[in-house]
Design a protein around this ligand. Structure first.
Ligand SMILES: Nc1ncnc2c1ncn2[C@@H]1O[C@H](COP(=O)(O)OP(=O)(O)OP(=O)(O)O)[C@@H](O)[C@H]1O
Length: 355
């Protein structure tokens, strides 16, 4: 029996006081991850029962610690998401009047990945984060809303036009455990699209509401760079759980990132934190590390803004080659230092109950 199976077997002996079933079959145990001698999992609970479930968490931790070969156990409580019911595709007599931000049917949480300017690695972060969350056992979707340069089809290794068997709903593609949809998949190859206001709103609405996302714990949205219509529409019209701002250490990128942060603050989207990308350069020949774009800038900025610094991702040739090859580094080289930085972010987000 593997360590994972042994842990699950022990956890399966613990009763969930809410449903009366055991905590594994009740779906309370989520994101179980075994790495070497370390076991991590979360107990997804209704916050109303937090006090009662703390005792269950302690028992679950002990039960996992009893498994031979396990040295360290991290068992956390996280609030379960208030999922919207699955889509009702029956035609309605009249469309409901819009009331406040909309939830996306079946989708637990929505996280935006944003950057002040282009080319800082926002899409790289979004694809790796989505794949790392999927590897943690989360049900993950990735929407590429970068209308200016949709790169997720290439980075996630998906191609082909998504099918729409009924002409109303769109079937997304899937790779690396992630359900993927991109505006790029809906355009003709090499076609330049000038998205004008209403058309853009329509496309976004369609991507969120007509794509059959299925039952997702979290939908990661890769935004276009800057603070344009896509960001504003999403922040104002949809229930967004948080935004992650990606920046390089260069000052100019930081200034732009600040604008992005201001916009999310104004639209009341919580800032989950900042990620410094291309933090240090790691030579792929000798492993030598150099701070070619300076160092610590994003950390200092994050502190000033009161936002956590979620990760410092090194600039490494393998990250680019992995992205270009359609297999994110967290999948192609899960044990590398570069991948580890993304896994840390994924674990932190799961631990905080936001992903
Ligand atoms: N940490 C890294 N190490 C090496 N290459 C990287 C790293 N992060 C990103 N890159 C590469 O830099 C280029 C730009 O990255 P990416 O497309 O993710 O940026 P972006 O911010 O989404 O850009 P845009 O907004 O223009 O789409 C890509 O070729 C990517 O593979």
């Amino acid at each position: 029996m593997s360590v994972r199976e042994a842990v699950l077997a022990n956890l399966g002996k613990i009763t969930d006081p809410i449903s009366g079933k055991d905590i594994v079959s009740a779906g309370v145990v989520r994101a179980l991850n075994v790495e070497g001698d370390t076991v991590r999992f979360v107990l997804e609970i209704d916050p109303k029962h937090a006090d009662q479930m703390e005792a269950v968490r302690a028992t679950a931790q002990q039960a996992a610690e009893m498994v031979p070969g396990v040295a360290k156990v991290s068992a956390l409580l996280t609030a379960h998401s208030q999922k919207a019911p699955p889509p009702d595709l029956k035609p309605k007599a009249k469309p409901a009047a819009p009331q406040g931000p909309q939830a996306v049917p079946g989708v637990g949480r929505i996280i935006l990945v944003a950057s002040g300017k282009g080319g800082v690695g926002k899409s790289t972060v979004a694809s790796n984060l989505a794949a790392a969350l999927a590897a943690q056992g989360r049900k993950v979707g990735l929407l590429d809303a970068d209308i200016y340069g949709p790169s997720q089809p290439r980075m996630m290794g998906v191609s082909g036009r998504p099918a729409s068997p009924d002409g109303k709903t769109i079937l997304p593609l899937r790779n690396h455990g992630v359900t993927v949809m991109s505006l790029g998949l809906m355009m003709e190859e090499g076609q330049a699209v000038v998205w004008r206001g209403p058309m853009l709103m329509g496309a976004l609405q369609q991507m969120l509401m007509q794509v059959q996302w299925g039952d997702l714990d979290v939908l990661v949205i890769d935004l276009p760079p800057g603070t344009g219509d896509v960001q504003l529409t999403l922040a104002q019209k949809f229930a967004i759980d948080g935004a992650i701002i990606v920046s390089t250490p260069q000052d100019v990128a930081l200034l732009d990132a600040r604008k992005g942060i201001d916009m999310f603050r104004q639209t009341k989207v919580p800032i989950l934190g900042m990620i410094e990308n291309m933090s240090t350069h790691v030579c792929s020949n000798c492993g030598h590390e150099e701070h070619i774009f300076g160092h610590g800038g994003v950390a200092a900025e994050a502190e000033k803004l009161g936002a956590p610094l979620l990760a410092e991702i090194p600039l490494h040739l393998d990250v680019r080659l992995a992205g270009d090859g359609g297999v994110p580094i967290v999948v192609s080289q899960p044990d590398s230092k570069q991948a580890e930085a993304f896994y840390d972010v994924a674990r932190a987000l799961v631990g905080q109950g936001v992903a």
